[in-house]
Design a protein around this ligand. Structure first.
Ligand SMILES: Cc1cc2nc3c(=O)[nH]c(=O)nc-3n(C[C@H](O)[C@H](O)[C@H](O)COP(=O)(O)OP(=O)(O)OC[C@H]3O[C@@H](n4cnc5c(N)ncnc54)[C@H](O)[C@@H]3O)c2cc1C
Length: 386
């Protein structure tokens, strides 16, 4: 498949038309109010876009990763922020890949219909951070139930989800041969759990991103809520993470084009010293450089999509796509802000909002150093560092 920046034009046109109903003022107001873009996410869900990756047999549209990534790209390119809803597109992937037939039948059609929101994934913990296999949240089997104790941090969209996938330790680290063994995934019914063993505490943060601390105090869940093989939860989660990274790469590409478009437009209009600022090469070059880097990152994004769609190993490409795209969008954000001078700081230009939003992707869902470390160790064969 040959991909151009405007591949999948039908999907682009349809998502663009929907996004056009939610102009800059809408996203700006939601950001200022630190609110959730309820109407926007609702419209995307009703139009079926959030069910892109759910197989048709379960009521989804069974689109490819390449097609799904275009949806996310267009949301960000329109000035919106997929971070509010991208979880709904990929968290369920763990059910598709690792769920039992009963779990698939029970959850996927309702997720596809937009009746059930599964936008939350609980991995990160306050004391262990990027060192995921050391996480301390424990699930212990007792009288046909799982009893969960521990703490998570930065768990996004919990307040706008019905379900969450949780990663917890089921066999102590000291008793496993491989440190990634002994972890298991669970489906948590958030509405049932809250107040009955689960406490949710929101974290005010730089971006308008609903994210929380979670405290588990003897939360009991049914035995059948184990997702995937007991002790192999790290793999269950990892399968979904490559999809997440590829979709987020596409979001960063969308951001990058948005910044370049806005910078180009402003530089072509703003007159200082009796000339358009865009006539100065000192203003042009950072915008041109950003464009080049976004185009290059986009090639890696398509490469990662192709591998995922061909069911081939894609860990390196998904990570590299996310790295390149997040870097390119951040450089473009800087160029765009600089081009706007003081006006870049005014809320009404939306540059400062998008600048904050795209900055997150240097840190989450995986920080750049962890990607460099992955490539150094697993692609180049350099000695393991940790
Ligand atoms: C807004 C937001 C939303 C999030 N949503 C979710 C979510 O929904 N679910 C979830 O599970 N998590 C979520 N996260 C967590 C996110 O994945 C983590 O913040 C991220 O993985 C980094 O972990 P940490 O913050 O503990 O940083 P740390 O692991 O403490 O790292 C701090 C810094 O040190 C660097 N570092 C650490 N060790 C090394 C090393 N050995 N070599 C080189 N550099 C190193 C890191 O790269 C980083 O720059 C979210 C975070 C944010 C900010």
């Amino acid at each position: 498949m040959h991909h151009t920046p405007d591949a999948y034009q039908d999907i682009r046109d349809a998502v663009r038309a929907l996004c056009a109903e939610f102009p800059d003022e809408y996203h700006r107001k939601v950001d200022e109010q630190r609110a959730y873009p309820e109407a926007f996410v609702d419209a995307l869900t009703k139009a079926g876009w959030m069910a892109a990756l759910i197989p048709q047999a379960y009521g989804g549209s069974g689109l490819s990763m390449a097609e799904a990534s275009v949806i996310m790209e267009e949301i960000n390119r329109s000035g919106g922020n997929s971070g509010a809803c991208h979880g709904q597109m990929y968290v369920m992937n763990a059910i598709v890949r690792s769920g039992t037939e009963a779990q698939k039948d029970r959850y996927l059609p309702r997720i596809a219909a937009g009746e059930l929101r599964i936008q939350a994934m609980g991995v990160t913990e306050p004391t262990t951070g990027s060192d995921t296999t050391k996480l301390k949240t424990q699930a212990v089997k007792k009288d046909g139930r799982w009893v969960i104790n521990g703490q998570k941090v930065w768990i996004s969209r919990v307040q706008h989800s019905d379900m969450m996938i949780l990663l917890a330790r089921t066999t102590p680290l000291a008793e496993v041969q491989k440190k990634s063994d002994g972890l298991s995934c669970f489906l948590i019914d958030l509405k049932q759990a809250e107040g009955k063993g689960l406490t949710v505490r929101p974290i005010p943060n730089m971006v308008n991103h609903e994210t929380n601390e979670l405290f588990f105090d003897n939360l009991e869940i049914p035995e059948e809520n184990l997702l995937g093989v007991e002790g192999k939860g790290f793999k269950t989660i990892l399968d979904g993470l490559n999809a997440e990274r590829t979709l987020i790469a596409a979001e960063c590409i969308g951001d990058g084009y948005w910044f370049v478009d806005r910078a180009t437009k402003y530089a072509s209009e703003r007159v200082v010293f009796n000339r358009k600022i865009g006539q100065n090469q000192g203003v042009q070059f950072p915008i041109a450089e950003s464009y080049i880097e976004i185009e290059a990152a986009n090639l890696m994004r398509w490469r990662a999509c192709e591998l995922i769609d061909a069911h081939k190993p894609c860990g390196a490409e998904a990570n590299m796509a996310k790295y390149l795209a997040a870097k390119a969008s951040w450089e473009a954000a800087n160029a765009c802000l600089q081009t706007h001078g003081g006006f870049g700081f005014a809320n009404e230009y939306d540059v400062e909002r998008k600048f904050r939003e795209t900055r997150l992707y240097q840190v989450a869902p995986i920080s750049t150093n962890m990607i460099l470390s992955y490539v150094a160790e697993h692609v180049l064969g350099l000695p393991r560092s940790y």
